[in-house]
Design a protein around this ligand. Sequence first.
Ligand code: IMP
Ligand code: MG
Length: 215
Amino acid sequence: MASFLQIPDDEKGHDLNLFCVPKHYEDDLDRVIIPHGLIMDRTERLARNIVQDMGGCHIVALCVLKGGYTFFADLLDYMKALNQNIDKSVPLTVDFIRLKSYCDDQSSVDVKVMGGDELSALTGKNVLIVEDIVETGRTMQTLLSLLNKHNPKIVKVVSLLVKRTQKSSGYRPDYIGFEVPDKFLVGYALDYNEYFRDLSHICILNDNGREKYKK
Ligand code: IMP
Ligand code: MG
């Protein structure tokens, strides 16, 4: 099973005042649960594991928008750095797909797929799906069944976060950054109704923020 850094349920996190948080969000967050630096350090190691496992041939990195974009950019930077310093480097190309399954802080059964190149371009390719967070696993299972119709050669999934939740379908990605408590998290491109993507650290949303940015 994929190894990961476990953030325990009783993790207190860190006082917001110890970090730089945008002024407009100061009243909307409880605590910093994963500081940006720790995200970067863990991402660097995920990049190494992925290049070791998949680095034999051309990789198509598929970013799941919007939440995956920051992690995608940082992960690819680390993968590129490794790739340009090894003897057998491989081409790394990118694609994007947009999925939507959330309103307020509730995941819905209905997963919408929008945008991206023709998935048929992925036939015969080694695909790395890059996602921000897996909760029930429904979004990823929907995407995987869609993708598998086009017969890619290999599909691997990396998710920065996996939530420990009763709602999980049991699906686990191939690579996991952190396993996190069953709380609504924002920051580092994770959003609440589109807000908080412009926050560097992963934080716990408080009731004030939940109310303020409710749809
Ligand atoms: P799933 O289909 O239940 O696994 O949900 C996955 C999607 O829901 C993710 O790609 C996120 O976009 C969103 N999501 C789940 N939990 C959170 C959270 O705590 N904060 C922000 N978005 C979340
Ligand atoms: Mg997502």
